[in-house]
Ligand binder design. Sequence first.
Ligand code: ZN
Ligand code: ZN
Length: 341
Amino acid sequence: MSSHQRVEIQPETMHPALTRGGLDSFQRLRIEGFAHNLGDFLQTNSGILLPPSGVVTRYQQLGSERLRSMADRSQIPRIASEIGRLSSVLTGSKITDNGCLVNRRIKPDNLGLYLTSLAEKDWGSPAFDGPNEIDEIRLCDCEECLNTRHYDFEFSRPTLRERRTEFDIRFYTKLPSGEIETIWGDVLPRPDISLAEFWGFVKKCYPYVSYEKSVLSPTSVSQIRFIQQTGCWESWQYYTKPDNGLNWQYDGYGRLNTRFKVKHINPETGEIFYKNRVGHMLAHRVVWGSSGRRLLDDYVLNHLCGYKRCCNPLHLEQVKVGHNTAHAKKMHEAIRALDQK
Ligand SMILES: [Zn+2]
Ligand SMILES: [Zn+2]
């Protein structure tokens, strides 16, 4: 471990979009001593960064040991043999130069199902909905790869994929001054100003400051992406209405996941308490609060950019309830008029 080694990390090399796991995954690997800078990562042809091969070696060893002991403990022969089979895949696998785990002797009928169960057993988490399109979530370029760290199960969740409402560039135009004008008439600051604000915010977070002083957890920060065209800070985590209408949390707003213990930020007011809390919170309110702003009583936050997943405080204004509904009406009318053209 080189925990005392000082590592200079440039903000641009830490952009959350660099790995799908993002800043969070990088930080975790860094804490565990596997990666000290981005050069330790393996890069695919498509530019995605994969964990260093040291991670794969350890995963292979620990994973097969864990699976073997699970198989030994299982009272049900059918389950024991299934777990045993998974463990033998890991034991008999070869690690390629790219950190891919390949087993030429075993060809699973359903790779997706196989990888999901491998990942669940390995990580001890039942959190996967099960990948449908294995090609879609593969991060590496190797079709027969059995390294679950080369698959992005989180992104595969059908619910998450459906949640994606695409950002529509037709709604925004660039003024000669560099500012962005929305088709409903609001003017947003130049994207470079929003970018400076973004890095200012990220630098208030771990690892630029100590974990205790960080305004958001690395997980939360990794869930925010910067959109070059408009300067929006997009959160990729948000709720949508599934076909069965069961998700009452639908509203299209970005959420920040604070599964890990962080300071409690009151999602209503943005006030920060020194208390632990776990859950999803409205991204724009959390960022508004944690960037040192305070939401006044009886006021709500209105998105000038109209993009509900954005949490750029420069794209938000606090307004009296009612004003935001009038704004939304104006916005939707402009979008409808554009669609009819
Ligand atoms: Zn791979
Ligand atoms: Zn925005």
